[in-house]
Ligand binder design. Structure first.
Ligand SMILES: Cc1cc2nc3c(=O)[nH]c(=O)nc-3n(C[C@H](O)[C@H](O)[C@H](O)COP(=O)(O)O)c2cc1C
Length: 459
């Protein structure tokens, strides 16, 4: 049995994820694993049809495909994303069709499922026989129980390959919107000194996206600034070297224009709109590159307090996973999300109204400094990062550690001595049946008692 491993780590063989694949390789000697470093070699694969053809021939000759990748910003890295785009652009889909597939990732478990949802959807689009996904925490291989779990997954996958078990298809094919957008009457929105920036990847002349962006740009008075990522000198995707962890200095610094662009434009904007078209089940790999390269800021909320909106062309409404990725990303950034306007929300007039509303809301929220209260994404995400930076990630992510310390992000509950004392007294008292009965009787009223004082306050 031959398994083609599509390696999605920009680090190639020196990748944590690949060690998990090697574990499977050792446990299942009857299977022949063939490795393709598609993320590392993306530049070559893009330019060199022969090199790309060799990968595709490897896939075609295999009995199954293993998508093995690290998590990068809730999805896969931009280089892997680009490889997926190339499969469709270079008409390589037939090599994948009907083939059993599984996905295997390593990460710190921060939005690992959105990455697997993405790969699952890509496999469904390729009409592969998607068996399932395995998300390993990057240190799992060191634990006996986790090695046993991974072995069991391998066993199940091998059996599914042999038995040709049909897959459960989770994603229906996407249907592109047919509407042609034409801008309507603009009601100017005064920016009142707020800096408004629209960032697009690449605006094709006269496309819906270009017309929507232009409509939004002109809505502001003065008109918003527009930057296209294709005009920024970006030498390549994030290399995953994590050298930036020490002092937020990227290895690309001084070698291309991305960091300057990010610091001078993105960080200084009050209101930011991100505009792009759907490519497979995400935006373009260029947009993915933007997010990946922002990693030089570490695990800090570098878009904090900005108002952010999305302008999207394509079947965005059918890709709930993508909405979740962006909602979660903005929540963890502590930014104010102004909404998503895509050209699949309705008629041209409805899109036009939505753009007008998004512009109005962005300025109103920015003036008030309104950021929505944290939801599960931010609350849970912060705790996950807090624990990781405090412990095993600290030797590398020292800049994050300094930031977390300075901004009170090390809010461990065990440091809350007041509640530790109250809890030990109350828990002890409620062990006495009579006290417990009284406690239960008064519980509801006691819960709202502290609110009484707050309600009297005027500020
Ligand atoms: C740019 C970048 C983005 C990352 N984004 C995530 C993420 O969204 N979620 C997560 O759990 N881990 C994230 N990680 C951690 C990696 O997924 C993790 O370290 C992985 O094990 C690296 O695997 P590799 O050595 O095979 O490349 C990120 C790492 C980098 C460098």
């Amino acid at each position: 049995m031959k398994i083609a491993v599509l390696n999605g780590s920009p680090k190639g063989e020196v990748s944590v994820t690949m060690q998990y694949v090697h574990f499977l390789q050792l446990r299942f000697p009857e299977a022949e694993f063939e490795f393709f470093d598609v993320a590392l070699k993306i530049k070559k694969l893009e330019k060199d049809d022969k090199a790309f053809g060799e990968v595709i021939a490897g896939v075609a000759a295999a009995d199954a495909v293993l998508w093995a990748f690290p998590l990068y910003f809730l999805v896969v890295c931009s280089q892997y994303k680009r490889f997926i785009e190339l499969i469709f652009e270079k008409n390589a889909v037939p090599a994948f069709r009907g083939k059993p597939a599984a996905s295997l990732s390593t990460s710190i478990n921060f939005f690992d499922y959105t990455a697997h949802n993405y790969i699952n959807a890509v496999c469904d689009d390729l009409q592969m026989n998607f068996f399932g996904s395995y998300s390993a925490e990057m240190n799992d291989l060191l634990k006996t129980k986790e090695r046993q779990r991974l072995k069991a997954f391998g066993e199940l996958f091998m059996k599914a390959i042999k038995d040709k078990t049909p897959a459960i298809r989770n994603n229906r094919p996407l249907v592109a919107p047919e509407v042609i957008f034409e801008a309507g009457q603009i009601t100017p929105v005064e920016t009142e000194g707020k800096k408004v920036l629209i960032v697009a990847d690449d605006l094709a002349e006269n496309s819906n996206l270009q017309k929507m962006v232009e409509r939004l740009r002109q809505t502001f008075s003065p008109a918003a600034e527009l930057v296209q990522l294709k005009d920024i000198d970006i030498k390549g995707g994030c290399l995953g070297c994590i050298q930036c962890g020490f002092d937020n200095v990227c290895v690309y610094e001084g070698k291309d224009g991305f960091i300057d662009f990010f610091n001078s434009k993105i960080k200084t904007a009050d209101i930011l709109f991100l505009a792009g078209a759907i490519h497979d089940r995400y935006l373009s790999s260029l947009w993915k590159c933007f997010f990946d390269r922002s990693f030089f800021n570490g695990h800090t909320p570098f878009l904090k307090d900005k108002q952010i909106g999305f302008v999207i062309s394509g079947p965005f409404g059918q890709i709930h996973n993508l909405r979740e990725i962006f909602e979660a990303s903005m929540a963890i950034q502590q930014a104010g999300l102004n909404g998503f306007v895509s050209d699949d929300i309705g008629t041209s007039a409805e899109i036009d109204t939505a753009l007008q509303s998004m512009a109005t809301r962005a300025v109103a929220q920015s003036k008030l400094g309104y950021i929505p209260p944290p939801t599960f994404y931010q609350v849970a995400g912060n705790k996950l990062f807090r624990d990781a930076i405090w412990s095993r990630l600290r030797p590398v992510f020292q800049a994050d550690h300094r930031y977390y310390k300075k901004h009170g992000m090390y809010n461990f509950p065990q440091k809350n001595y007041k509640w530790r004392m109250i809890n030990s007294i109350l828990v002890g008292l409620t062990k006495i049946p009579k006290v417990r009965k009284e406690f239960i009787k008064r519980m509801k009223k006691e819960m709202i008692k502290p609110c009484a004082n707050a309600l009297k306050r005027t500020e």
